[in-house]
Design a protein around this ligand. Sequence first.
Ligand SMILES: [Zn+2]
Length: 466
Amino acid sequence: MWEPVIGLEIHIQLQTATKLFCSCRNSYGDPPNTNVCPVCLGHPGTLPVLNEEAVRQAVKLALALNCTVNKTSYFARKNYFYPDLPKGYQITQHRFPLARDGYIQLRSGKKIRIERLHIEEDSGKSIHTEEETLVDFNRCGVPLAEIVTRPDISSPQEAVEFLKTLRLAAIYAGVSDADMEKGNLRCDANLSLRPRGSKSLGVKTEVKNLNSFRFLAKALEYEIKRQEEILNSGGRIKQETRGFDSQKGITFPMRSKEEAHDYRYFPEPDLPPLILTDDQISSIKSRIGELPWEREERYINELGLDPETARILCSEVEISILFEKTLENFPHPREVANWVKTDVLKLFHGGHRVSPRTLEKILVLVRDGKISRLKAKEVLEEAVMDGKDPEKIVEEKGLLQISDEAQLRSIIEGVLGEFPDKVESYRKGKRGLLGFFVGQVMKKTGGKANPKLVNKILGEVLNGEQ
Ligand SMILES: [Zn+2]
């Protein structure tokens, strides 16, 4: 009877060489407090200088997400005190964001509207140990794009699909690695329930810092259940900010509306308005390149792949690049796709990269009937793990498939000679025994007999010569 209404707020770190307002390196994993200067440490008298590359990337992302870019936008100060925010305020965009009114289309065809996309600086990082809290300012001032959706999402599954699509779009557009483990893509979710069919909105809660797709789904599922129980028992939802305990799989209250920050936003006096020309915007647009959903369409329409295969291949940029590179020398999309979406992807997820050359060699070995599909799988694994040449592996291990008719015929005759009763039964009509004979031939040849030929010769010997 209750319908969830979900909106997301996403922060994506932009992949620039330097920070948003100073020339410190934007680099993850460096020793703490080594990428800092008076500007990002908020020393009095310093002035911010806007990083053009960060603006280009934010515009690129906005356009990839079908947003309208505002030719004039403004920076604002968001005031709050926190140890990892040395200035005592964050430079962000408030009333006049960089872009607005975009959307992402889900596979169902439903469009999730994006209300706005703006540029802001990241804060530093507090590291809590048992005895103390340490602060690392390396992340302080790193450029972020914040994306806010309209409350168009109706289920945890839709929320996850939206976030996955957004992440891929950012990666394809080359603006971020959107690595959730490093915190380069972070998500807050707000959720309320309303009677199914109703148009009004209920009281919402916001869950902060959901740093994996699984946590996003879990937190929303938990919040739906929690709110349902309260509403069903006649209670009221309290508007509040909640955290997610990933160990226990529950959300917990962090602060209520009464304790909410008053950020006292005001225009940033040290930065002029951000003005973009039509030429600048269209020049950035021309450099977006192919987006994940466009690539999927191309694989379906031009290469004849089924939608599910296209989706899997495009779900990792590197995988789709390998697929296309292999096609250059082995132009059989479905055959290559079958390898890439199974064995190659499995190796990829295990941290192993397959080169197009290696994959091509394997495909040729199978096509020429030199090795079986099953053996080819082993050869691929070994080639990738040990960096060996597939042809060498086949030679050294004696994996060459037996495709010599005369040789196979004599092996088959030997096998049939061992089972005269079964041959008798087969000839009397127990056709199901064919599989048994094939199995025996495979056993005898260590799986190296060419299965097509084995079937053909077995048929001839069993049916033909009485
Ligand atoms: Zn700096």
